[in-house]
Design a protein around this ligand. Structure first.
Ligand SMILES: Cc1ncc(COP(=O)(O)O)c(C=O)c1O
Length: 417
């Protein structure tokens, strides 16, 4: 795990150094989506809503756009409607905060929950580096458990092992207040927790007094089965902070996300607002107008919008999987078809580091993400690679994946013999 720089800056620099390489390293959305977006019109749709539904005159509409907005955000009623429709998450207007992406939402929850030196967050490693980097930069304390240490014999995740872990840390004076989980199409490991596993995690956390940060960034991108059901949908006690983003469903440049805190109570709400006043004051009014107009235009359900996007990602995933099956030895390497998300995870017999990454970029013009970058206590699962299939069309994904397989077969796997 690189210590000083963020993973994003390292991989970004690599992609800049090899601009012609096929980048399978970052989970960037399909750029073709952007041609379908009309951000200006969405803002106008929202302004028309203010005019007709709220009876705002032109001066008030202008002020709504140009002046400071409330720190909670001004579109929470729209988000609440849409979340109820598409995600089955029911929250009042006062139980949602608009954030500058998931990234700000992590900051808010960590600063709210971890206030004493002994308070810490439990991270199941490997986890999304945007979250783990955030914990490190804030100087908050964390404890780690490898996903392999929670493996159940049937191949799933056994959360009933957690209480013993939490107890053990308590005896060392560490209070685990939070656990971070990206349960649907995990980045970087690609797993999806089953309904039973989600229920077990919630039950264990309720019993232990540990709150969950549920990151639902990829929940709309399911390719094989039925839509995933967020842990938040069964949270009756204010146990779950649900975090999501428009970075993948619309575009990342909006930096618009949300934090759902239903049933957490007024004190939590007020403290989070206080923190938001200090992290960013408020999220961009223009970008909120765009998102609200987009939701209004789609009648508060993005299903029709996302369906073709999902179909395209499925084709990209399949193009990558087909080449992996053709080119790699399934006896030496392990991977499976992810049911959603943007990535394929390949488990390797040996550790992969920056030298391998540079070798592949230089010699084969392909970049990838060593999963060791998402781990701070290198354990078994650091022996892996994350490949993103989201950015390029199927033919380019296939070509890039073929070159990547060539690198593995010629440079890495011979060392095993
Ligand atoms: C698991 C996960 N959460 C959050 C994000 C990004 O969120 P945002 O752009 O809203 O900060 C990503 C982006 O790659 C991600 O993989």
């Amino acid at each position: 795990m690189p210590t000083q720089e963020s993973v994003l800056s390292i991989v970004g620099a690599l992609n800049q150094r090899y601009p012609h390489a096929c980048s399978l390293s970052l989970g960037r959305p399909n750029p073709d989506i952007y041609a379908r977006l009309d951000l200006e019109r969405y803002a106008q749709v929202y302004q028309a809503f203010l005019r007709t539904e709220k009876h705002y005159d032109n001066a008030k509409i202008r002020e709504n756009l140009y002046t400071y907005g409330p720190s909670q955000g001004m579109i929470t009623a729209h988000l609440a409607k849409w979340l109820a429709n598409d995600e089955g998450i029911h929250a009042g207007e006062k139980e949602i905060l608009v954030t500058n992406g998931c990234q700000e939402a992590y900051n808010l929850v960590l600063l709210h929950e971890l206030r004493q030196p002994e308070d810490c967050v439990l991270i199941i490693e490997p986890s999304y580096f945007g979250f783990t980097d955030c914990v490190a930069v804030l100087g908050k304390s964390s404890v780690k458990i490898a996903i392999d240490d929670l493996a159940d014999p049937a191949g799933g995740v056994d959360f009933t092992l957690l209480p013993a872990v939490i107890e053990q840390y308590r005896r060392q004076g560490k209070q685990i207040k939070l656990i971070y989980i990206n349960p649907d199409f995990n980045n970087p490991m690609t797993y999806q927790l089953s309904e039973a596993e989600k229920g077990a995690l919630l039950a264990v956390c309720a019993q232990q007094g540990v709150k969950i940060i549920e990151d639902g960034t990829y929940s709309a991108f399911y390719y094989d089965g039925i839509p995933p059901r967020a842990i938040k949908t069964r949270d009756n006690a204010g146990q779950v902070y649900y975090i999501g983003s428009f970075s993948k469903t619309l575009c990342p440049s909006l930096r618009l996300g949300y934090l759902v805190i239903s049933r957490h109570g007024d004190a939590t709400f007020n403290h989070l607002l206080h923190i938001k006043d200090h992290t960013s004051l408020s999220s961009s009014a223009l970008n909120q107008q765009i998102v609200a107009g987009f939701l209004i235009e789609h009648q508060y359900s993005l299903e029709n919008w996302i369906r073709p996007i999902r179909d395209e990602y499925r084709a990209r995933r399949d193009a990558m999987l087909q080449v992996l099956e053709q080119e790699l030895d399934a006896g030496l390497l392990q991977w499976h078809a992810p049911a959603g998300g943007f990535f394929v995870y390949i488990r390797l017999p040996q550790e992969i580091d920056t030298a391998h990454l540079l070798d592949c970029a230089e010699g084969y013009q392909v970049t990838f993400l060593p999963v060791s970058y998402a781990v701070r206590d290198g354990r078994q699962r650091a022996h892996g690679i994350r490949l993103a299939f989201s950015y390029y069309p199927p033919a380019a994904i296939a070509a890039g994946t073929r070159k990547f397989c060539q690198f593995l077969n010629e440079k890495l796997l011979p060392q095993q013999i």
